[in-house]
Design a protein around this ligand. Structure first.
Ligand SMILES: NC(=O)c1ccc[n+]([C@@H]2O[C@H](COP(=O)([O-])OP(=O)(O)OC[C@H]3O[C@@H](n4cnc5c(N)ncnc54)[C@H](O)[C@@H]3O)[C@@H](O)[C@H]2O)c1
Length: 304
């Protein structure tokens, strides 16, 4: 089954380089009209120019595709609204949004200023919410949309020195989970990719030999599958170096503390059992969890 983007319009934020550029080029190769957004700042988010976005548009045009450059800053909602309006005016619709723009300001939490914490959350989490909000109504009206969040292993597993980044990237999994439910009725699928790639973001974090396995092109298949017509929804894929894996959030059966024994001491005593990686359940939504624990309490009450 070949995946085509013919007739589709895609917006990729932060597509002036790295992963975003790779997504934009492949989307265009497969027929999408692409809005290449990039604020064009330094790795820490300072500065800005639309030159990076324009260069990628030129590459797309050189390969025979159609694209539009946008120098908007994802942290500014009005600029994201303007981007969405330009996409609609130029190409008529918006089918795909890849929230990819990102910056880093790594430091231990002890040394990190709150300005650096806020700036990173602002670009990754609020920026993704801004861009998504700007296209959401159009996607609802169309009855079709594919939104991709870019999370990170730093958010779901942790990484020393990235409190700001990890918090923002975990937040994007939460945003995906909720928008999945709200978009369902309107044909909007919301997914996440957790990439590992050699880009300017990671170029000084890993050894040469490791970086050689991590071409951004290796992440493109997962990202394009997750934004395709046949994409699942609320699916998070880890992708890099040729491996694609699904990330799941699971809970175990837990222990049931009988009434009269619901104390911190009882939790401490049960912790050995509680912490075991056994009998995991992938819960479908927040209410499912509530129903499960209340049903267990009901059963326990009936049994006495
Ligand atoms: N490279 C990796 O291994 C890796 C791992 C996990 C997650 N990610 C995520 O993938 C995404 C792409 O990162 P990359 O590795 O290609 O890095 P990159 O620095 O090459 O790309 C990020 C792009 O976002 C743009 N950008 C930054 N702030 C912006 C803003 N406010 N508005 C619009 N554009 C802005 C930058 O100009 C840059 O071109 C990021 O969200 C990053 O956190 C990357």
């Amino acid at each position: 089954m070949s995946i085509s983007y013919e007739g589709r319009v895609a917006i990729v934020t932060g597509a002036g380089g790295g992963l975003g550029r790779a997504y934009a080029l492949e989307l265009a190769r497969r027929g999408a009209k692409v809005v290449v957004n990039d604020f064009g700042g330094a790795r820490d988010g300072r500065g800005g120019s639309s030159a990076a976005a324009e260069a990628v548009v030129a590459e797309i045009e050189a390969q025979g595709g159609a694209a539009l450059a946008d120098g908007g800053n994802v942290t500014d909602f009005s600029q994201m609204e303007a981007l969405a309006a330009r996409a609609r005016e130029t190409f008529g619709r918006i089918d795909v949004l890849i929230n990819n723009a990102g910056i880093l300001r790594d430091r231990t939490f002890a040394k990190m200023t709150m300005d650096d914490f806020r700036a990173v959350v602002e670009v990754h989490l609020i920026g993704s919410a801004n861009a998504t909000k700007a296209v959401w109504e159009t996607m609802r009206e169309q009855g079709y949309g594919r939104v991709l969040m870019t999370s990170s292993t730093s958010g779901v597993y942790g990484n020393f020195g990235q409190a700001n980044y990890g918090a923002a990237k975990a937040g994007l999994i939460g945003l995906m989970n909720v928008l999945h439910f709200e978009g369902q009725k309107y044909g909007i699928h919301v997914n996440a990719v957790l990439p590992t790639a050699a880009t300017r973001m990671t170029g000084d974090m890993m050894e040469e030999e490791t970086l050689a396995h991590l071409s951004p092109e290796n992440v493109v298949p997962a990202a394009l599958y997750l934004t395709s017509e046949g994409a699942p929804s609320r699916t998070a894929l880890l992708a890099g170096a040729g491996t694609v894996a699904r990330l799941a959030i699971v809970e175990n059966q837990g222990v049931y503390l009988p009434e009269g024994d619901r104390t911190p001491e009882a939790v401490a005593e049960a912790f050995g059992t509680l912490a075991k990686l056994e009998g995991f359940i992938e819960t479908q939504n927040g209410l499912d969890h509530v129903e499960r624990i209340v049903a267990r309490a009901r059963d326990a009450k009936r049994a006495v």
